[in-house]
Structures are given as structure tokens and as C-alpha cells.
Design a protein around this ligand. Structure first.
Ligand code: DGL
Length: 259
């Protein structure tokens, strides 16, 4: 059986990319909702509908687990999906706890989409982990649009980031949390704008660890010939130019991996 990864778009590839390294003998299905990306600036109801549709499609693909490789979709739709379906569903939320645990005295900036930043789930997370009020939040919706166009380090990206990051005195910060899977593509660009004391923290490793834990629990880890099937909003990607586009994202992620 296969493991599904679902995102509004190309951000989820960053989680799949890590999973392919850690689980080299599994088969994957990757679903990018390219017809509806971005999610982060839509209404909650719209995103819930998109997620519902994606799940109904994925559940027909012989999957043993679904990773919602999208903080935004997790924020508004994962609880409902878990109540409807029996398959293990692994969601993602900004790795604020991991960032706080790394230092514990300096501030942490959580970046994400507007839905995630303002969501109830984020409020609950902050209440739970941020006892010393060290966490700040920043929505960076334009990065999703840039990532979908494969524009990762243009002057427009740098100017946008400079402007958005300007209000923060990063000498007081130990970490910047990449709370949207699309943001992993910008680590080198951000690195140039941030002092060395600021580390990047994302949820990819923790998410894949949780996936493995859930599959092991069900005795469903397998040794198969590795394969990935790609879908854009339910349409199988077979076109050469689209497969090349996906390859370009994956090679960008390989460059970003150790930053
Ligand atoms: N990649 C998604 C996330 O992790 C959402 C980006 C979007 O569609 O706005 O939140």
C-alpha cells in the first residue's frame, strides 16, 4: 500500500522529500491541489471543502496513511477528517515547541499563512507551549505565490522578505519557524537576511517520525520498489514538462536540506 502526501501545492514536497530519504522502500502518492492553491488566504470553509475533496480522491488510491503536509489544511480540517476516516492521518503544525526547546530564553518567530497564524489551533499551541511569552507570529502569504512560480531568490522575493522581517530585532531571536511547508524553498534567501544566531526550524522531521510511529504500530511499514505518483487536484501528472517542474522543486529542496 502507499503513503499519501497532501498539500495545497508544492510545499508538501518538502515533507515528501524528507520521507523519501528516511523511508527509501515505500511507495508514495503526492497530491498538490494546484487548482486551488493558495489556501492560506481563502476562507476556512473553502479550505475545508478542498480538503474534503482531496481526501475522497486519496482514499481510493490504496493508501495506508495520509500525511497532511500543509499547516493550513491541518489547522482547519484535520480534526474533521479524523472523525470521518479510520486511516492514520498525520497533520502538521508550526514547530514552535521544538524551537522553544532549543533555547528557551530568546524569542522565536513563527512564520506561516494568514489562516494558520490567526487560527484557533495556533492559539491553543501558544497557550500550551509559550509560558514565557517568547513567540511572535508573522504571516508571509506572498511566499506561497512566489514558490508556486518557482521564484525563490529574485529581487522581488528579497524585497518582500526584507520588508516583512524589518520590524523584528533578530539579535533577540534564536529561531525562525517555517510554519508553512512552502517556506522551505526560501531558506538560502532568508539566511542572507538573518543573523547567524537565528536557526530555521521546520516540522518535517517530526511529521515523518510520527508517520513511521503510526505505521509501525499497525505493522504497516513495507519494503517495496520505491515509487512516487504525482497528482494535481486529482489528475495524474504524466506530462514531461510537468514532471520536470516537479524535479526542479525536488532539486531545490536538496539544496535547502542542510541550511
Ligand atoms: N503549504 C501550506 C502550509 O503549510 C499552505 C500554503 C497555501 O496554500 O497558502 O500551510
Amino acid at each position: 500500500m502507499k503513503i499519501a502526501f497532501f498539500d495545497s501545492g508544492m510545499g508538501g514536497l518538502s515533507v515528501l522529500h524528507h520521507a523519501m530519504k528516511v523511508l527509501p522502500h515505500e511507495q508514495f502518492v503526492f497530491y498538490a491541489d494546484e487548482d486551488n492553491v493558495p489556501y492560506g488566504t481563502k476562507t476556512k470553509e473553502q479550505v475545508q471543502d478542498y480538503v474534503d475533496k482531496a481526501f475522497r480522491f486519496l482514499l481510493k488510491q490504496d493508501v495506508k496513511a495520509i500525511v497532511v503536509a500543509c499547516n493550513t489544511a491541518t489547522s482547519v480540517a484535520v480534526a474533521k477528517m479524523r472523525s470521518l476516516y479510520d486511516v492514520p492521518i498525520i497533520g502538521m503544525e508550526p514547530a514552535a515547541k521544538k524551537a522553544l526547546d532549543m533555547d528557551g530564553t530568546k524569542r522565536v518567530l513563527v512564520t506561516a499563512t494568514p489562516i494558520t497564524v490567526k487560527g484557533r489551533k495556533m492559539e491553543l499551541l501558544i497557550e500550551k507551549v509559550d509560558k514565557d511569552h517568547l513567540v511572535d507570529r508573522l504571516a508571509l502569504p506572498e511566499l506561497v505565490t512566489f514558490a508556486e512560480r518557482q521564484e525563490f531568490n529574485s529581487p522581488a522575493v528579497t524585497d518582500y522578505l526584507k520588508e516583512q522581517l524589518a520590524p523584528f530585532d533578530f539579535a533577540n531571536y534564536s529561531a525562525l519557524v517555517l510554519g508553512c511547508t512552502h517556506f522551505n524553498y526560501f531558506k538560502d534567501t532568508m539566511r542572507q537576511l538573518l543573523p547567524e544566531n537565528v536557526q530555521f526550524v521546520d516540522g518535517n522531521e517530526g511529521t515523518v517520525r510520527e508517520l513511521i510511529r503510526r505505521l509501525r504500530e499497525r505493522n504497516q511499514l513495507e519494503e517495496q520498489t520505491p515509487a512516487v505518483e504525482y497528482f494535481y487536484s486529482g489528475r495524474r501528472v504524466t506530462d514531461d514538462s510537468e514532471l520536470k517542474r516537479l524535479e526542479k522543486y525536488l532539486s531545490r529542496l536538496e539544496q535547502m536540506y542542510r541550511i
